[in-house]
Design a protein around this ligand. Structure first.
Ligand code: GBH
Length: 448
């Protein structure tokens, strides 16, 4: 049973749902360019059609109203609201203003993500996150947005999943812009990204009355196979925050969250990267660690661990045929919503809000014209049961489903569906899936 003021919401992101990429002087983003490179997107699709939310926002809000969510998390496209000569684009701003007004009339609180991966290409051309001016550009963009939305939105997320920006965008190369960083560049870019966050927090506090703000990282928690073994849980928690100089280090939580929440990088950071450290000043760390309100986190999956004879952690491989979504990394591990929030709360001591959680399915329209998705319903219910359980021992304030709609799933294109609402990309038709009605019921009853 969730508290009466528990936030139930849905999440989306600009490039994934808006479409109309050439409207109202929107400028090119790194995803416009990346999707044109042959072989980068599984089905050669891009963000040009998708859900058409740039024109259909009234219909979007109607659906949200029917679902009765308290909050809608969406992102602003930097490319729509700032021109290539770094001036406000009033037409682009008007879209987000209208969306916020529509939400206000429906009694739904907007939660705005300022950066959900769609960097303006002209800024990427100036070096992207390696440009030491990037945090000043981001601060200016944040200033423009918060002033334009004055009185319409008070809740902001600075940056979505810095892990994916760095690991997928600049190490694996599966995401835009796909330029591969050396370790020295990676740490420099991470530091600049954190400065973007900090400067945005500062300007939000200045411009917005009763603001809330934080960053939304993602992670894949280590789950103790034996839930009664406190020693194993402690080991899992340690591993979750551990920073090692391996291929995966841009994916860790502590490299981003320690500076934001604790005021400095983890101790081991300075040792393992001693030969490639960026310039880090006291002033930088002060800016990066401006107080934030919440621990936001996106959780989808996790890994089980047990102990060997020597008392060391060992990862349990998933057995063949293990329950999973229609995307390689989405094994069903509901305990992620118990241990993830718990580990984070114990270290960073702020209320937790799950900013994304959801399921990818090979959904189809059935003969009866409906979309039946029992797997998604089961996933959401199992995960929410774990979240409900952990909320008895830590402060959990909300949960957002990824996603309201099927949408452009980055390098996986349109073939991967995460929505509570099915989108027929040929006609633009939207069909509420069974999970839409189930989530509506959960919201109404505040219980599973
Ligand atoms: C989120 O990222 C995004 O915010 C959203 O835009 C996207 O559409 C949604 O989730 C669904 O994918 O280390 O094995 O987990 C995705 C979260 C984190 C999933 C990194 C893939 C890498 C492989 N991603 N993870 S693994």
């Amino acid at each position: 049973m969730f508290n009466n003021d528990f936030i139930f919401g849905c999440s989306t992101a600009s490039y994934q749902i808006e479409g109309y990429l050439d409207s109202d002087n929107r400028c090119e983003s790194i995803w416009d360019k990346f999707t044109k490179i042959p072989g980068k997107i599984d089905d050669n699709s891009d963000g040009s059609i998708v859900c058409g939310s740039y024109k259909k926002y009234k219909e979007d809000v109607k659906l949200l109203k029917e679902l009765k969510v308290n909050s809608y998390r969406f992102s602003i496209a930097w490319t729509r609201v700032i021109t290539e000569d770094n001036k406000p684009n009033l037409k682009g701003l008007a879209y987000y203003k209208n969306l916020c007004k529509e939400l206000k009339n429906a009694n739904i609180k907007p939660l705005i993500t300022l950066y959900h991966w769609d960097m303006p290409q002209w800024l990427e051309d100036k070096g992207g996150f390696l440009n030491d001016e990037i945090s000043n550009y981001f601060e200016y963009y944040t200033d423009v947005v918060t002033k334009a939305l004055d009185g319409l939105c008070s809740d902001y997320i600075t940056i979505n999943e810095p892990q994916c920006i760095m690991q997928l965008g600049h190490r694996v190369g599966a995401h835009a812009p796909g330029t591969i960083y050396t370790d020295k560049e990676m740490l420099h870019a991470i530091h600049n990204l954190l400065l973007c966050h900090g400067k945005a927090v500062r300007i939000i506090r200045k411009n917005v009355k009763n603001s809330t703000v934080s960053i939304a990282p993602c992670s894949r928690p280590m789950i103790p196979k034996d839930r009664d073994n406190a020693f194993l849980e402690k080991k899992c928690c340690e591993k979750y925050f551990e920073l090692k100089r391996d291929y995966e280090y841009p994916n860790t939580v502590s490299i981003y969250m320690d500076p934001v929440f604790l005021g400095d990088y983890p101790k081991e950071y300075y040792e393992i990267f001693s030969d490639v450290l960026p310039k880090i000043t006291k002033e930088d760390l002060f800016i990066i660690s401006q107080p934030v309100d919440y621990i936001y986190q996106n959780f989808y999956s996790g890994n089980y661990y047990s102990l060997n004879d020597k008392g060391e952690l060992v990862k349990e491989e998933f057995y063949k045929g293990y329950p999973e979504g229609n995307i390689s990394w989405l094994q069903v591990v509901p305990e992620a919503l118990y241990y993830g929030p718990k580990y984070l709360y114990d270290r960073y001591k702020k209320p937790v809000i799950i900013t994304e959680n959801g399921f990818c399915n090979n959904d189809v329209i059935s003969l009866d014209g409906k979309v039946h998705d029992p797997e998604r319903i089961d996933y959401i219910r199992r995960y929410l049961l774990e979240l409900d359980a952990v909320s008895k021992i830590i402060d959990v304030k909300g949960y957002y489903v990824w996603s309201l709609f099927d949408n452009f799933e980055w390098n996986n294109g349109l073939s991967k569906r995460f929505g509570l609402i099915y989108v027929d990309y040929q006609t633009g038709r939207r069909i509420k899936k069974d999970s839409f009605f189930e989530y509506k019921k959960i919201i109404k009853n505040k219980k599973i």
